[in-house]
Design a protein around this ligand. Structure first.
Ligand code: UD1
Length: 417
């Protein structure tokens, strides 16, 4: 178990580099299984979820080797279609492997991913999509077994633009005969990154970033060297950290087009933001303004993965803010922890009313989930006194040494094991 000890009250000044995106790396790692040649991934964040995904690939018989944030994967020796229970339970995204394992071996056996701290997270849309492509799927006693001897592309309408389901269906569609058209596809930038990776491996995919993704099934004829996109949630977290703590920081390696709604809300809160190419500069407001209404939505709407950090921001804003969480039903567990720090908020279903206070104070709090944990670190930066954040290993799932990044711009954050 890890803890973060944060001494509040220092402003942030300096430059931060944004690391590679976890949510882009995970489906791309799943895709290495169907690449016909060795793959070299640059800017690959060495996070626990990513390492778990790599361990699963190794269990399936792939070879993998890290060198800093470069990861080489050779899937030519893969020889198993069974995803072992312990690792798949750890990592919800192992579900992406269903599409690529099934495509490669015409069979796949997986464990049903467990519930999750931010909500139920069903996989019905994934299974429905895979079935439409001809997969025969049996669910029995927590196991999912899939057979796919006659995988044929077709039109796949999604009831909801699920990110994971879109990616999983894209991966299986690559190994189908003929064309697949995904309607109401998710439009997240990570899906564009997956498409670009697949194209680099010789697959024919287009439309990612819009609601219609078209995949012409066929074989990959090569591996590739590919640089993973920067993590837009890490970038958003750093910007919000500065808006809360005060000061002025510059991000390098961020893609500002991915952050339009986040930047807009930070500006509403009073921050000054300047963007030049891949550099983004933020100057914090004296005290954040309240946000009249912040509502999470699928991309290009405001990301649910930034809602907790903005909850922290609104906790010290100068008025009352309303936050509506539309994507995951149980994503307000940071609310009660912020109350321990003096935050004033009340919840009604998927709506939170947050009454800003001039100052939070240090307390002993728990990171219940990845982004909620990051939100507590951000709140602690401006709080009076010391905040101890338990279960900080959950924060490590999405940030490569968040404490070192924040320390490098002047914050007092210590990790204690
Ligand atoms: C991905 C991201 C996660 C982000 C989320 C929304 C990864 C590894 N994770 O998660 O960080 O918060 O997108 O941007 O990329 N749903 C169903 N049935 C399904 C699948 C999803 O009902 O089969 C529902 C979910 O319960 C949720 C909503 O759809 O309410 C969105 O989920 P989805 O877009 O699939 O998110 P993930 O891919 O799990």
């Amino acid at each position: 178990m890890a803890q973060f000890w944060v001494e509040g009250g220092t402003q942030l000044f300096g430059t931060l580099r944004v690391h590679g995106s976890k949510n882009a790396a995970l489906p791309i790692l799943a895709a290495t299984l169907i690449a016909n040649g060795p793959v070299c991934l640059l800017n690959c964040p060495r996070l626990r979820d990513v390492e778990n995904m790599v361990s699963i690939l190794v269990e399936l018989g792939c070879k993998a080797q890290w060198d800093g944030d470069t990861l080489r994967v050779d899937s030519s020796s893969a020889n198993s279609y069974t995803l072992s229970e312990p690792l798949s339970k750890e990592l919800r995204s192992s579900i992406f492997l269903l599409g690529s394992v099934l495509g490669r071996f015409k069979k796949a056996i997986a464990t049903y991913p467990g519930g999750c701290e931010i909500g139920n997270r069903p996989i019905d849309l994934h299974l429905k999509g895979l079935r439409r492509l001809g997969a025969r799927i049996k669910e029995d006693g927590g196991y999912i077994s899939c057979d796919g001897d006659d995988l044929v592309g077709t039109s796949v309408p999604l009831d909801y633009p699920s990110v994971g389901a879109t990616e999983n269906i894209m991966l299986l569609a690559c190994s189908c005969i003929g064309e697949t058209v995904i309607h109401n596809a998710a439009r997240e930038p990570e899906i564009v990154d997956l498409q670009n990776f697949l194209i680099a491996c010789g697959f024919r995919v287009c439309g990612a970033g819009s609601s219609t993704v078209v995949i012409e099934g066929g074989k990959s004829d090569r591996g590739c060297t590919y640089s993973i996109m920067p993590d837009r949630i890490v970038a958003g977290t750093y910007l919000t950290a500065c808006a809360i703590a005060g000061g002025e920081i510059t991000l390098t390696g961020a893609v500002s087009e991915h952050l339009v709604t986040v930047v807009e809300k930070l500006q509403d809160a009073g921050a000054y933001i300047r963007q030049e190419g891949s550099r983004m500069m933020i100057r914090a407001p004296h005290r954040p303004n309240e946000l009249q209404r912040l509502e999470t939505l699928p991309y290009p709407g405001f990301p649910t993965d930034m809602q907790p950090q903005f909850f922290a921001l609104c906790s010290v804003a100068s008025g009352i803010s309303v936050l509506v969480e539309n994507v995951f039903e149980n994503r307000f567990r940071h609310a009660q922890e912020l109350q321990k720090m003096g935050g004033k908020n009340s919840l009604r279903g998927t709506t939170a009313i947050v009454r800003g206070v001039p100052k939070l104070h240090g307390a002993s709090v728990i990171a219940h989930d990845l982004r909620g944990g990051a939100a507590l670190v951000l709140a602690a930066l401006s709080a009076e006194g010391t905040t101890i954040i338990d279960c900080a290993e959950r924060i490590d799932r999405g940030y490569v040494h968040l404490e070192d990044a924040l320390k490098s711009v002047g914050a007092y954050v210590e990790r204690k094991e």
